[in-house]
Design a protein around this ligand. Sequence first.
Ligand code: NCD
Ligand code: ZN
Length: 357
Amino acid sequence: MSTPATLSIRRPDDWHVHLRDGPMLAACAVHTARQFARGIIMPNLVPPVTRVDEAAAYRERIREAIPAGLAFEPLMTCYLTDDADPAELVRGKREGVWVAAKLYPAHATTNSAHGVTSMERISRALDGMEKAGMPLLVHGEVTDPDVDIFDREAVFLDKVLVPLLERHQGLKVVLEHITTRESVQFVEVHSGRLGGTITPHHLSYNRNAIFKGGIRPHFYCLPIAKREEHRLALRRAATSGHSAFFLGTDTAPHTADTKECACGCAGVFNAPVAMQVYAQVFAEERALDRLEAFASLNGPRFYGLPANEERITLQARPLEAPERVEVPGSNKSIVVFRPDTPVGWSFRAKDPSLRSG
Ligand code: NCD
Ligand code: ZN
């Protein structure tokens, strides 16, 4: 199949996005809304979003941060703590505020200090979610400091996820931002009730990129990128068309000063370039005809939502994107992700499908 000059697909959604709050939200929301119709909004604010009223208020702040003319629907999630209240979870789902709840093992990643210390503590909450048909979204890494950082995802599958799926047989689960061959296989085996999201950056580089010519903090995120064999397994999964794999950018903005320092934050800010990078990966894999399934169909199907009716058009021409995004009211900026290899895809200028109404 020769590479077409343009590619038109249903408008995609982002099933894993950090939009932050305040000036960071003001800086970042537009970039996600330009690319995606809906986004599953991660709740790891400081303090975390644990109550229905907090989520409803955060959803309103997100809506206010979206410029007029862009249509974007935030889908809210509840941050699970050891004290997660089953009644609050079920009520928020019934009231149309929560779409899912997020499990951060305590101290696994950015803003996870209030996360879950043992699965026993949330088993009643998970029972409630199972009955309410509310998916559990999982940051799948163990936090035991004795486990090597590159093994934390694989160990999580055996130690935590297998017993969890066994104990809660009716619970739908998404293994977020998968980074290993083991996770790909695990999702395939449990598909139907288990989905896996894949980021553009984990498809683009392996762990060597983090250290190429010196330490490169803008390539550091969690779960950390793994060996090349794992990246190749992710590329095969994403481009396979298998319905269990879908798009989740894990765009995770941090200002440059908090990444370029002695103890830099984890997170890659990819919102302005996400679809262009995915398109590049699918083109390289000769699978552009499967991009729509991954980006626009498999996610809604898993969540029981309709696919978007609008369409977007991508063009085969070199990526144009800012190097940085300024944070309003400060002298700070966020560095935009850029793979080391060329990206030859862009949105069609002034795409009418990106306008609302
Ligand atoms: C995320 C963040 O910064 O909130 N960081 C990251 O490296 N992905 C948290 C997360 O999703 O792990
Ligand atoms: Zn994330």
